[in-house]
Design a protein around this ligand. Structure first.
Ligand code: 2P0
Length: 320
């Protein structure tokens, strides 16, 4: 059986950083994200009794590094006793560079694998399975503004606002290409075990979530901007104070933040966020997207610019 699904990456405005349960991959804190429209990962999963091992090709090249996590994801969705799978992935943005490629990859894999195995699962069950493979993947099962809730014993996601109800734009400044030095799973554990700021980060997260929920409900861009930037800088402070320190930024990352500050000073509706990588995501009101794009493109050292609106949930595109 073969099935293909598409999922979009999501960008957290209130961040997931830290796990309460490594085995079940339960986040220590809730998070709120926006799902993108114009960046995508497509996953085709074919289960075949004749195969002796799982295989993965990403954009036409064999990929061995992602394979163990992919096989574990297939075990979760299809079952441990299963036919091997041939998986073909297409992605229109850099992988493993802090652009949430694992979120869209595992969300799409979960949907495709469930259909290839003939399982009919609801979105909550799919999100639960995707989240066990990669916490942020659970959010890509939903469109628009999604909250990965702070639950003690399960992964649960809900929609706060659909993409067309508050159609913000996102401009992404690529400051470096190539995979990141430390994967987020490992980095989160280093932070949990060693950062003196970690306990405070976890303790204050519910307040930040509530502020962001209120801002989204009231479509209050300024309030959302203030809490998202604060939450982002707090997460990176947790990382910077870890031992060894985890620093995903480079000098161009910092320059992009200065560009965003200048744009804000000139009255543009824009704010920044940065994930486990050096890229800067500028979330803006659609009427300011050209100005934001031009300013970031002109920032010294920026390699490339990507742009996206807000998009919808992961979905099946073909089953045969
Ligand atoms: C987020 N990140 O909320 C945060 C902000 C990165 C920085 O979720 O270990 O790849 O696979 O559950 O989902 C990246 O973490 O981590 C992430 P795992 P994941 O988007």
């Amino acid at each position: 059986m073969r099935a293909t699904a598409i999922a979009q990456p999501n960008i957290a405005l209130i961040k997931y950083w830290g796990k309460r349960d490594l085995e079940r991959n339960l986040p220590a804190v809730g998070s709120i994200s926006i799902t993108l429209r114009d960046l995508f990962t497509e996953m085709q999963v074919e289960l075949d009794e004749r195969l002796t091992a799982d295989t993965l090709a990403v954009n036409g090249s064999v990929d061995e590094t992602m394979l163990p996590r992919l096989s574990a994801c297939l075990d979760l969705v299809v079952g441990r006793v299963r036919p091997r799978a041939s998986v073909v992935s297409r992605c229109n943005f850099p992988v493993a560079a802090g652009l949430a490629s694992s979120a869209s990859a595992f969300a799409a894999t979960t949907v495709a694998a469930a259909h290839a195995a003939g399982k009919s699962l609801g979105v909550a069950a799919l999100a639960n399975l995707a989240g066990r493979s990669s916490g942020s993947a659970a959010r890509s099962l939903y469109g628009g503004f999604a909250e990965l809730e702070n639950r003690e014993s399960e992964i649960a996601v809900s929609t706060l606002c659909e993409s067309d109800q508050w159609p913000l734009s996102v401009v992404i400044a690529i400051t470096e290409t190539g995979p990141k030095a430390v994967g987020s799973t490992e980095a989160m554990e280093i932070s949990r075990k060693t950062s003196p700021f970690y306990a405070n980060w976890v303790e204050r997260q519910d307040d930040d979530l509530q502020t962001a929920r209120d801002a989204i409900r009231q479509r209050d861009f300024e309030q959302l901007a203030a809490i998202a930037e604060h939450n982002c800088l707090k997460m990176h402070s947790v990382m910077w104070a870890s031992r060894p320190p985890i620093v995903y930024w480079n000098s161009v990352t910092m320059r992009c933040l200065q560009t965003v500050r200048k744009l804000q000073g000139g009255g543009a509706g824009v704010f920044f966020t940065i994930d486990a990588g050096p890229q800067v995501k500028a979330i803006c009101l659609p009427e300011h997207v050209q100005e934001v794009r031009a300013a970031l493109a002109a920032t010294e050292g920026v390699i490339d610019i990507m742009e996206s609106g807000l998009g919808d949930a992961a979905r099946l595109v073909e089953v045969s």
